[in-house]
Design a protein around this ligand. Structure first.
Ligand code: IPM
Ligand code: MG
Length: 355
């Protein structure tokens, strides 16, 4: 029996989470698991109910679970709030609280979606890369951070800071992941300008010696963002710090046709790990039935694999998604080549049927 914290959040969060829930219930029946779902509030939904984006009760609920499935947070209703009260604090708070320092974001192009990619078919090839993003350090969490006014001059500041240990532990995750893939790590930094990047490069090079079967190369982040568009097939594992990873992972996501396709897991040294679609809450389409549930469903598949060691069930879910796409089912974000454009719940039903 596994306990799963179910934090749907805002916008399309609850809609895509409902489909991932259906998928997990099907897995229960077909593969003989027992999942116990514990729903909690996070983001704008929690602000409305408790006045804070990440209530203590939600943190407690997650502490008591084996894994966390997270939808998406945010929306125009809460945009004017101060930084401590913004919905995004929910996800940042969970990452920090549970020490989830490594964020794995696989970007895989499903062959039937080649036409949905904004990149020409001859360039996109068969894209299959994994971004390993450092998640609890860098500009996001570095101190001092703030805003002040002296003599009528307003200044604001964030601090980019990394310790050797923070770099080491995420580097190990990237090299281990590469060992199960094409055995190549591209470490992305800005070592021509930033001191943190020079330390990053030095530490990554040292860790690489422990993985002689993995080939390491370095790339500046500006070049990497260009290479992702001109020759994305060159990448296997991209290892990078928090802010660079945030930017490059959206770019990689859309190469696959839609950001609605990309799952993720955030790992630490102990459970619970957190699983979430890479996309946001998409308030503009919330409630219209147009959200793509695949990223959230694939996040549930990652949970089966990484938290419960259930690779067979995980593969069954992934294959069901592949089959739905092969047979022409599309949500409106990936319409190209569609046999049949379906709603969020219909896509969930099709995938459930194929498991
Ligand atoms: C992501 C998101 C978050 C981030 C936001 C919602 C705080 O963009 O997971 O990529 O910047 O990490
Ligand atoms: Mg992001």
């Amino acid at each position: 029996m596994y306990k799963i914290a179910f934090l749907a959040g805002d916008g399309i969060g609850p809609e895509v989470m409902a489909e991932a829930g259906k998928v997990l219930k099907t897995v229960e029946k077909k593969f003989g698991f027992k999942f116990d779902f514990h729903e909690g509030l996070a983001g704008g939904a929690a602000i409305d109910a408790y006045g804070v984006p990440l209530p203590e009760s939600t943190v407690k609920l997650c502490e008591d679970c084996d894994a966390i499935l997270f939808g998406a947070v945010g929306g125009p209703k809460w945009d004017a709030l101060s930084s401590q009260l913004r919905p995004e604090k929910a996800i940042l708070g969970l990452r920090k609280h549970f020490g989830l320092y490594a964020n794995l974001r696989p970007a895989v192009l499903f062959p039937p979606l080649v036409g949905a990619s904004p990149i020409k078919q001859e360039i996109i090839g068969n894209l299959d890369l994994l971004i390993v993003r450092e998640l609890t350090g860098g500009l996001y969490f570095g101190t001092p951070k703030g805003r002040e006014e002296t003599g009528g001059v307003v200044r604001a500041f964030d601090t980019m800071v990394y310790t050797e240990e923070e770099i080491k532990r995420v580097a190990h995750i990237a090299f281990k992941a590469a060992q199960n893939r094409k055995k190549r790590v591209t470490s992305v930094d800005k070592a021509n300008v930033l001191a943190t990047s020079r330390l990053w490069r030095e530490v990554v090079e040292r860790i690489a010696k422990e993985y002689p079967d993995v080939e390491l190369s370095h790339m500046y982040v500006d070049n990497c963002s260009m290479q992702l568009v001109v020759n994305p097939g060159q990448f296997d594992v991209i290892l990078t710090e928090n802010t660079f990873g945030d930017i490059l992972s959206d770019e990689s996501a859309v190469l696959t046709g839609s950001i609605g396709m990309l799952p993720s897991v955030s790992l630490g040294d102990k459970k619970p790990y957190l699983y979430e679609p890479t996309h946001g809450s998409a308030p503009d389409i919330a409630g219209t039935g147009r959200a793509n549930p695949i990223a959230c469903i694939l996040s549930a598949a990652m949970m089966l694999e990484y938290s419960f060691g259930a690779s067979e069930a995980s593969n069954a879910v992934k294959q069901a998604v592949t089959r739905a796409l092969d047979e022409g089912y599309r949500t409106s974000d990936i319409k190209t080549g569609a046999g049949k454009v379906v709603s969020t719940t219909e896509m969930g039903d099709v995938i459930v049927n194929f498991i």
